[in-house]
Write a protein that binds this ligand. Structure first.
Ligand code: SAM
Length: 254
């Protein structure tokens, strides 16, 4: 039987890797890398660096495939994403079928934690449901950008007994203001925080968390919103891409 590992590698700091992740990497015969274009090349460079650093006394293969193109302005978001996942599933299936021998172990090095806004696990399950390819699979958790953000700002994600909502930039604008107690926002390409009523909200923002380029800004949303917008624009222009996450928290009466 083939084995497949989905290994969470943390959010950018090679030292985010857990002991479990390092041990798992040392069992792998073939690593799969997905080429997501030049602006994401830094992320694959980190994956390569992690392999060089943590895999000891073992030879392994690396197989790279191109990510299928995605329509960024679809008429129907859901249908387009589903079609794109389907194409991705075929690419992944071919890689597993053609490059992992019986008794061998393949792995995807998943950014952050595989359970948070990542499609690898869903795609792997989709491949198994199709039934053309058989393998066992395991998930190794990783440090998510969410934990990295909270740690770097030295802030708990919730106050006592309060819920935490994790959402996207696209969805946070639709969240009723009364539901924003503690909201973690990921995948925000549009500065959604600028469209919220800032009066009683604080923001804890972090970009390139865990890397040498890390930027942190925190404060009342009304005061720092423009600073974050400018910092974000400049950082993106400088580096060519940006990954940022933020926590929005309703301020309570002292
Ligand atoms: C496709 S999701 C992957 C999330 C990942 N699975 C995790 O657990 O962190 C990508 C989003 O995660 C966030 N992110 C990932 N790494 C980050 C980092 N180093 N600094 C800030 N945000 C990050 C950003 O919001 C980015 O748009």
């Amino acid at each position: 039987m083939k084995r497949l590992l989905l290994i969470g590698i943390g959010a950018g700091d090679p030292e985010h890797l857990t002991v479990q992740a390092i041990q798992a990497m040392n069992e792998v015969d073939v690593f799969f890398l997905i080429d997501k274009g030049e602006d994401k090349a830094d992320l694959n460079r980190l994956r390569t660096e992690i392999c060089d650093r943590y895999i000891t006394d073992r030879s392994y293969r690396v197989v790279e495939a191109k990510d299928p193109e995605r329509d960024r302005h679809p008429a129907s978001y859901r249908t387009t994403v589903e079609a794109w996942h389907d194409q991705r599933a075929r690419t992944y299936e071919e890689m597993i079928e053609d490059h992992v021998g019986d008794g061998e172990c393949g792995a995807f090095l998943v950014w952050g934690d595989p359970s948070i806004y990542d499609s690898t696990l869903r795609i792997v399950q989709q491949i198994l449901e199709r039934g053309a390819c058989r393998f066992d699979y395991e998930v190794i958790p990783g440090i998510s950008a969410i934990q990295a953000l909270a740690a770097r700002h030295r802030v708990p994600l919730n106050r006592i007994g309060e819920p935490i909502l994790i959402t996207t930039g696209r969805r946070v604008s639709e969240t009723p203001p009364a539901d924003i107690d503690n909201v973690v926002v990921m995948l925000d390409g549009e500065n959604a925080f600028t469209r919220l009523t800032p009066d009683d909200l604080d923001i804890y923002w972090g970009a390139y968390l865990g890397t040498a380029d890390e930027i942190l800004v925190a404060g009342p949303l009304g005061e720092v919103s423009a600073v974050i917008e400018r910092t974000r624009r400049e950082a993106r222009a400088r580096k060519g891409w940006i990954m940022d996450t933020y926590l929005l928290r309703r301020r309570t009466e002292p």
